[in-house]
Design a protein around this ligand. Structure first.
Ligand SMILES: O=C(O)/C=C(\CC(=O)C(=O)O)C(=O)O
Length: 313
């Protein structure tokens, strides 16, 4: 892959660029696998970063994303609007439009978005909006505004992606459970994996999924959640062992409501940048049979993002 470029903007101090030269995964992805959580950044010279952003990344272009897709063996991508672009979805939409139908997207919108703008994004391949509650990433948006957006986008059959920290789930519960759409949780609601997998905090998350069949989860980002490692670097094919029991629990209890993604280009990692090939090798540790792997990587994302192609899977 080509090297990351900084472009016109000055990166946040300590910013870690994505890993160049990812290894070939040992795990062979099933045919038609979807990387259901990844981002593009800029390039800033073409698609400037938002004035209200909380971080300034290196550029990560659509060409680089699609080169990674091909290298790892994925067939498709779901490109999620990154907060460094605010509610300006042009970079994400441009990536969809130039994917040859192999990418769908999740946008960030404000209350002021028009029906014509929603329709144009739909035509480009957007199928959801993201509500971010991680305080270091975004300023607070009132819940009545978000609920109004959810009601509007539901008319296009879109879903809502939510990103929050585990400690905030009790406070957000009533809002989340009132959402009228399919709801997809990013990274299992960011559990503290140093706590027990059968402890009250993760049990609340499982209860959230159990009681609400419209709630799905991405079992992604072990590199963000892990405390013990080992890191997916230097050929390590058994990385992030402390995250495995959490992700495996979700995959096994809710096999038809889980998604997986690389999270490339891995915004805001502070400790290390994973080798994305080794990250793919994490998958068989959490989805341990061919049947679970196919649901996680093919059937579920196809049902949510390409329902017109999904044969009742
Ligand atoms: O990429 C992710 O999923 C996680 C992020 C970044 C993010 O959400 C964003 O910029 O939109 C994080 O924890 O910093």
């Amino acid at each position: 892959m080509s090297k990351p470029v900084t472009g016109d903007f000055t990166k946040t101090a300590g910013w870690m660029d994505w890993y160049t030269g990812p290894s070939q995964p040992a795990f062979q992805l099933p045919a038609g696998a979807v990387d259901a959580h990844c981002h593009v950044f800029g390039p800033g010279a073409e698609f400037p970063y938002a004035p209200e952003r909380k971080y300034t990344p290196c550029d990560a272009s659509k060409q680089q994303l699609y080169a990674l897709r091909d290298h790892l063996g994925f067939a498709r991508n779901v490109v999620v609007q990154a907060t460094c672009h605010g509610a300006d979805n042009r970079a994400m939409v441009d990536a969809l439009v130039h994917s040859g139908g192999k990418a769908r997207g999740v946008a960030t919108v404000k209350r002021s978005v028009s029906d014509a703008e929603i329709q144009a994004m739909h035509d480009a391949g957007v199928r959801g909006v993201r509500f971010n509650f991680v305080k270091r990433l975004v300023d607070f948006t009132p819940k009545d505004e978000l609920m109004e957006i959810a009601a509007r986008i539901s008319k296009w059959g879109w879903h809502v992606v939510i990103y929050f920290e585990a400690v905030d789930l009790p406070e957000l519960w009533d809002f989340f459970t009132a959402l009228p759409t399919t709801v997809v949780v990013d990274h299992m609601g960011r559990p503290d994996v140093s706590k027990p997998v059968d402890g009250p905090e993760f049990e609340l998350f499982l209860k959230f999924m159990r009681q609400h069949p419209n709630v799905w989860s991405k079992v992604s980002c072990p590199e963000r959640l892990s405390v013990t490692g080992p890191k997916a670097l230097d050929g390590e094919r058994h990385a992030y062992v402390d995250v495995i029991p959490f992700a495996r629990r979700v995959v096994e209890e809710f096999p038809d409501r889980v998604l997986w993604g690389t999270d490339w280009p891995h915004p805001n990692l502070k400790d290390h940048m994973p080798d994305d090939g080794l990250l793919v090798d994490f998958i068989p540790h959490i989805a341990t049979t061919a049947e679970l792997q196919k649901k996680l990587l093919v059937d579920n994302p196809m049902r949510l993002y390409w329902p017109e192609e999904s044969k009742g899977a």
